[in-house]
Design a protein around this ligand. Structure first.
Ligand SMILES: CC(C)(COP(=O)(O)OP(=O)(O)OC[C@H]1O[C@@H](n2cnc3c(N)ncnc32)[C@H](O)[C@@H]1OP(=O)(O)O)[C@@H](O)C(=O)NCCC(=O)NCCS
Length: 240
């Protein structure tokens, strides 16, 4: 079966790594990926990497019409993975995982970025607001009632991180150099990119999270976002 993706579509797949069997996924990893997995100190981190990379291979294999273990990745200077030219390089993707949940964005439209965060520990991370949020984001955050601030923090965080993952810059991009909407019920949107509002308007953003996780996707193009849950059965795998 080959899974089709329409022009301008971004398919966003959210999943729970614990529903997938580690051993069944480990066998499709490349030698490099196995070496990387073996460098993790904690089993929990190793298993999450193996499962997420295995799911990524199975999912992209459906779009590319190839076997999961035949796909080859290449990496940008800042570590963003992409499919190598011999593995259908039209397909762009991005992955995020966060202690119990994962998300994969797939598109042919433009470079894509995704992020997912477990919404716990707000008391611990709220001190990061001045560092992570641009001045207008901080003002929007401060204007919200206190009860709305934890969700706003994670909405802002995931929208911002989806953006820096779409560009591939990661944390090399100063987090004050662009601004997104912060309120959880505000339309997810890039408001400013450096000082150029016109380039910000070209971006599409959407929220994807639920059940204790915030998640977001960003692409530098008009796009139709299709979000779905991904279960082992869809990939022909067994339930853990
Ligand atoms: C890689 C990076 C972009 C995200 O790392 P992270 O938050 O630890 O992890 P995520 O789960 O979101 O993403 C990890 C995946 O992103 C992908 N990735 C790696 N480098 C990337 C890059 N430069 N751009 C886009 N994606 C990248 C990889 O597929 C990786 O998965 P892997 O572990 O299976 O290889 C990191 O360098 C970074 O900049 N983190 C920002 C954290 C932060 O402080 N955000 C503040 C937002 S307000």
């Amino acid at each position: 079966m080959r899974y089709e993706i329409g022009p301008g579509e971004v398919h966003c797949w959210t999943f729970r790594p614990a529903e997938f069997a580690v051993n069944e996924l480990a066998v499709v990893l490349s030698m490099d990926e196995r070496k990387r997995a073996n460098r993790f100190v904690f089993d929990r981190d190793r298993n999450e990497f193996v499962v997420c990379r295995g799911i990524l291979r199975h999912l992209l294999a459906l779009y590319a019409g190839m076997a999961p273990s035949d796909l080859q990745f290449e990496y940008s200077a800042r570590g963003k993975p992409a499919l190598a030219p011999n593995s259908d390089a039209r397909i762009q993707f991005n992955v995020a995982h966060s202690r119990g949940a994962g998300v994969i964005g797939v598109t042919c439209a433009a470079p894509v970025g995704v992020d997912i965060e477990r919404m716990d520990g707000f008391a611990r991370v709220s001190a990061l607001v001045p560092t992570c949020f641009a001045p207008e984001e901080q003002a929007e955050f401060a204007s919200l009632p206190q009860r709305a601030q934890p969700r706003a923090f994670y909405a802002g965080w995931t929208r911002k991180e989806a953006f820096i993952k779409a560009t591939g810059e990661g944390l090399s991009r100063p987090l004050h150099s662009f601004a997104v909407t912060i309120a959880p019920d505000a339309c997810p949107r890039l408001l400013r990119c450096n000082s150029d509002p016109a380039s910000a308007a070209a971006w599409t953003m959407a929220d994807l999270g639920d059940h204790g996780f915030a998640a977001a996707v960003a692409v530098p193009a008009p796009a139709s976002i299709r979000a779905r849950n991904l279960y082992p059965q869809f990939l022909g795998l067994k339930q853990a």
